[in-house]
Write a protein that binds this ligand. Structure first.
Ligand code: SF4
Ligand code: SF4
Length: 218
């Protein structure tokens, strides 16, 4: 590996931290025992040995078992490294692509955190899948009383419609006002929840497209 490639990898880590791949499959030439002894958490399912990412050997943005790393790790070269080796990109441009991917990932992590709980030790995609496993109307279902019996809504125009349905016909009593206030708060939180779920979908889809184009191998 060239020095420029090595500098890029040290600034990156996308192929070890669960951003590019959820798992790494071991090959016949890999010694499961030796890799386990190095601290890799090897699993065995359907006649395959593999380990999950983020990799337990990925420490301080480096592979802590570099000399003994598995075959697939040795063989993998992302698109940026290939382009660099072929003179199709410059180190600074490849670094910008890495930083762009990292910024997109940061946005996704913030959204996951807000919509969580998720397990940050799991690959990004699995955290996302955990979030979307919750039905999008779960928020509305849990607050059906506050919705005044109006069916779950998604669009903000529908939420405005719901608000008008929830408005008390004869405002003035303190309990009616309190209920209305609660409805407003619930609908506002509900709208934010749905918007952030939509932002997460879009951000994940954009990241996946970007990683396919710029990092994963064709
Ligand atoms: S994705 Fe590419 S640049 Fe990043 S660590 Fe892996 S091989 Fe290196
Ligand atoms: S063994 Fe090393 S190169 Fe392979 S995924 Fe883990 S940290 Fe990355």
């Amino acid at each position: 590996m060239s020095e420029a490639a090595s500098r890029l990898c040290r600034a990156c880590g996308l192929c070890c931290d669960g951003s590019l791949f959820p798992t790494v499959q071991l090959q016949l030439a890999d010694s499961v025992q030796a890799l386990k002894a190095q601290g890799l958490r090897i699993q065995h399912k359907k006649k395959c040995d593999f380990f999950d990412q983020p990799c337990s050997a990925f420490k301080n943005k480096c592979c802590s078992i570099y000399q003994e790393r598995p075959v697939r790790c040795r063989a993998f070269e992302c698109q940026q490294l290939k382009r660099l080796a072929q003179g199709e990109t410059r180190e600074e441009d490849a670094l910008k692509k890495i930083q762009e991917a990292q910024s997109m990932i940061d946005v996704i992590k913030k959204l996951l955190y807000r919509l969580g709980p998720t397990n940050p030790k799991k690959p990004l995609l699995q955290q996302y899948q955990q979030i979307i496993a919750e039905p999008i109307d779960s928020f509305q279902n849990s607050t059906s009383d506050a919705n005044c019996g109006v069916p779950p809504v998604l669009a903000s125009s529908s939420i405005n419609y719901t608000l008008s349905r929830c408005a008390p016909e004869a405002p003035g009593t303190s309990s009616t006002e309190a209920n209305f206030e609660r409805s407003l708060l619930t609908l506002s939180a509900e709208k934010k929840f749905v918007e952030e779920r939509m932002q997460l979908d879009e951000a994940l889809s954009n990241l996946n497209e970007f990683l396919n184009q710029e990092f994963r191998c064709a």
